[in-house]
Each structure stands twice: as C-alpha cells, then as structure tokens.
Design a protein around this ligand. Structure first.
Ligand code: ATP
Length: 256
C-alpha cells in the first residue's frame, strides 16, 4: 500500500485493575481503506475505539493519527483533528427533518456539544447555505434523498442510522469510526448500510474503521480486517485471509 498509514496502533496496553482489555495491540489503518475490526464479546474493540476518541488512556504503547501521537490530545480536540465517531445509541431530533438533523452535524465540535451549538445557529446566511449544500450532498451518498424532508422520528431504524452517519460526516472527517452500525438492522437495511459505507469510501474518500459483529457486512466492505481476542491481535490481513485463519475460527467457535 502506497504512503504512510493514516492511523497506527502500536503495542497498546489498557488495563482496568486486574482486567487486561488490550494487551499489546498493533495494526495500521491505511488512507482510503475500510478496515474491519472484529472479535468475540469482550475482545477489546470498544476499548480501542474509546482510546481513539481519547475517552480512555492507554498505559503503554501509542496511537498516532496522521503522524501525530494522540497520547496528549484531549477528547474535545479529536473531532478537530479529523476523527468522527458514531455510537450505538442514536441521538436524533425526532421532530426535525432529516436535512435539519444532518445539518446539525456541521455545527458540532464534539458529539456531546452539538445540541448547545445548534441553539446558537450562525446568522451568516452564506454559512447556512454551505451547510445545506454539504448536507444535501451527504443525503445523496447515504441514500436518504426520498426522506430528506420527513421528520426523523417517523423513519425506520436503519434509515435513522444512516442519518446519524450523514451527520457524523458533516465536519469532513478523514477517519470515521463506526461502532457496530449493523446492530438491530434487518437484512435489507444491512445491504443498504454496506452500499453507503462503500459510497463513503469511494465517493467522499473517507477512511473507515468498522467495529462490527455482522460478518457478512465486514467481509463484504472491508479492504483489510483485524481480529482481536482477549485484548490481543489474533490476525490481520485481507478479509479472506482473516476469515480462514485457524485462530480466528477457533476464537469464534469458543475453543481457544
Ligand atoms: P463487545 O463486542 O461485547 O462490545 P468488545 O470487544 O467491545 O466487546 P470491550 O468492551 O472493549 O470489548 O471490553 C474488553 C474488556 O475490558 C472486557 O473484559 C470488559 O469487561 C473490560 N472493560 C471495558 N471497559 C471497561 C471499564 N471501563 N472498566 C472495567 N472494565 C472494562
């Protein structure tokens, strides 16, 4: 792969008392790729995302984004560096339209600060027009054109998930962290999600790190896959290589 990785995770260790959540994990995420992060329950995937968002500190090792160590970057500066994240719990404004919900993402500096920022909508009309333009473009990429002016609260769960994704993209992140986006989705919704993840990568050039239990989705959209178990890296490579890896098969069968 040409060029240095966008994200490097090197020998990262995280302990909670006697629990070792990450035990010397290393891997790279290359720009323009979708990288899948898989592993059984408790493998350390969410802990790793929490490190990337600087919600957790790591005891040893390091994580660098675009050549810069994240060790001393506070959580509220992560979005400004170009790292966006979606959470398992949706936080949409039900009575507002899809377009309005997506536009709110452009007023965010942090995911927790968006509500407060939305109340201080800028008076500058030009900025407002730019936000509308960007949101409309994203709505197209996320296959939300048909519901653009519908209130978000009336829409199916899978559609709401895509609204949240569009919102996370408003700040033009370089890296998008997706935390189990397929959880609770039906078959058709997972298919739509797979298409929009590829749209995000190809159309917007955003690099994606995808934590997901739905193997069909991960293997279908990822350029590279990293498998964790008990806080350790079991395997890394192409989806085919990781899927066939004996340690990965054993971990999923619970026979390690
Ligand atoms: P799942 O697929 O079930 O979400 P995961 O791969 O995301 O699992 P983590 O949630 O990262 O796994 O958990 C890894 C280990 O670290 C588990 O043993 C978990 O109980 C522990 N752990 C995670 N966060 C904390 C915390 N804040 N305090 C104590 N233990 C924690």
């Amino acid at each position: 792969v040409a060029g240095p990785p966008l994200l490097t995770v090197r020998d990262v260790c995280v302990r909670f008392g006697s629990i070792v959540a990450l035990d010397g994990v290393s891997f790279d995420v290359h720009a323009g790729h979708v990288t899948g992060l898989i592993g059984p329950n408790g493998a350390g995937k969410t802990t790793l995302f929490n490190c990337l968002s600087r919600l957790y500190a790591w005891q040893s090792g390091d994580i660098s984004f675009n050549g810069q160590s994240l060790r001393s970057v506070p959580t509220h500066r992560i979005a400004g560096l170009g790292i966006a994240r979606t959470f398992q719990n949706l936080a949409l404004f039900d009575s507002m339209t899809v377009l309005e919900n997506v536009k709110i993402g452009g007023h965010c500096t942090t995911s927790s600060g968006f509500a407060a920022n939305a109340l201080r909508l800028p008076h500058v009309r030009r900025e407002e027009l730019e936000l509308t333009e960007r949101a409309t473009e994203l709505i197209g990429f996320l296959e939300l054109n048909d519901v653009m002016h519908a209130p978000a609260g009336q829409l199916p769960f899978g559609t709401r998930k895509r609204i949240e994704l569009a919102r996370a993209l408003m700040n033009k992140p370089r890296l998008l962290l997706l935390d189990e986006p397929a959880a609770g989705l039906n078959h058709e919704e997972v298919d739509a999600l797979g298409r929009v993840i590829l749209n995000i990568r190809q159309g917007l050039g955003v690099t994606v790190l995808l934590v997901e239990h739905h193997m069909g989705l991960v293997m279908g959209v990822s350029d590279a896959v990293v498998a964790l178990d008990f806080g350790r890296r079991l395997a890394a490579g192409t989806p085919q290589e990781v899927q066939r890896h004996p340690d990965v098969i054993a971990a999923y069968l619970g026979s390690t």
